[in-house]
Design a protein around this ligand. Sequence first.
Ligand code: TXA
Ligand code: MG
Length: 349
Amino acid sequence: METKVAIIKNVNEDIKYINEASEIIKEGGIVAFPTETVYGLGANALDTEAVKKIFKAKGRPQDNPLIVHVSSKDIKSIVEEVPEVANKLIEKFWPGPLTIILRKKNVIPDVTSAGLDTIGVRMPSSSIALKLIELSQVPIAAPSANISGRPSPTEVERCIEDLSGKIDYILGGEKSDVGVESTIVDCTVNPPLILRPGGITLEMLREIHPGINIDEAIKGKPDENLKPKAPGMKYRHYAPKATLKIIKGNNEKTIEKINEIVHNYIENYKKVAILTTNENIKSFNAGKIISLGSEKNLEEIARNLFEALRECDDLGVDIILCRSFEEENVGVAIMNRLNKAAGFDIIEV
Ligand code: TXA
Ligand code: MG
């Protein structure tokens, strides 16, 4: 299949490409497009055959439901009811990186919800994404636009790398600003429960509704016997090709440990990358050293995380060593992605 690529510099001036892409959505095709979290791979959420194409292109397990993207806060046509607390969250955080799980209406086919009677709904803030949904005149089901299991794309080049030849159209635009996928809050339970941490943090959500909790399963290694509440959370995810190890502890000891391990690997002819922060970049003297940003700015670390993992693969390293981050605010989302990418290979110092 030939994949058309169009890069949008300005939504108004380049509207013809967004129009073209929306025609593809209407005709049952699939389109990659930017959002403020990560790039998405979209299809008409109401069209079973179109949605099936997403699963095929990504190699995505059938039991992993898709998030439905909308361009307005009025979602009555796709969900049964919007509880009071969900309304408050929508008012405060939409458009933006927050997905809300609600009971679905029958117009949403089983393939989109993977057979569940609920769906995740999100109104993205990216102007390209909003325009695409609006012009398509249908809700757009979209997982991240990567081959299943790989780090999610935050730049159009990564969508091209993973999906060129497998999908109809790639709309490129700005780099994703948040860099990790949306926060998912289940509003079908009381109090609402965070199923996946993201850019909208527990702390921010609790300002709106103090009772909101975070699913404890998020922080630990998945229990094989427990059915995860967000089906996607059970799969190995975000994984670079290299082996990723997390070094957890205080700053000084972490640096010491990383230096020790790097030298061991290098003596054994392995190529190593170190993911660190601006503040610590001078503490290492071997291996490929990549900064994720300032440790004082967790948003910056989140924004750069997936791209850094992919960069390590481009460098062809065997091992990636990454320090851990404080699990508060966006740090919860960062550590959730890192832990999964590492398959919970954590060295405590
Ligand atoms: O930021 C995002 O949310 C991005 C962009 C493209 O919008 N999308 C995204 O989709 O991350 P995906 O498919 O990579 O992740 C969707 C997650 C999966 O873990 C899935 O299991 C969960 O959402 N999910 C979807 N519908 C659900 C439902 N009804 N109940 C529980 N979890 C659900
Ligand atoms: Mg994904």
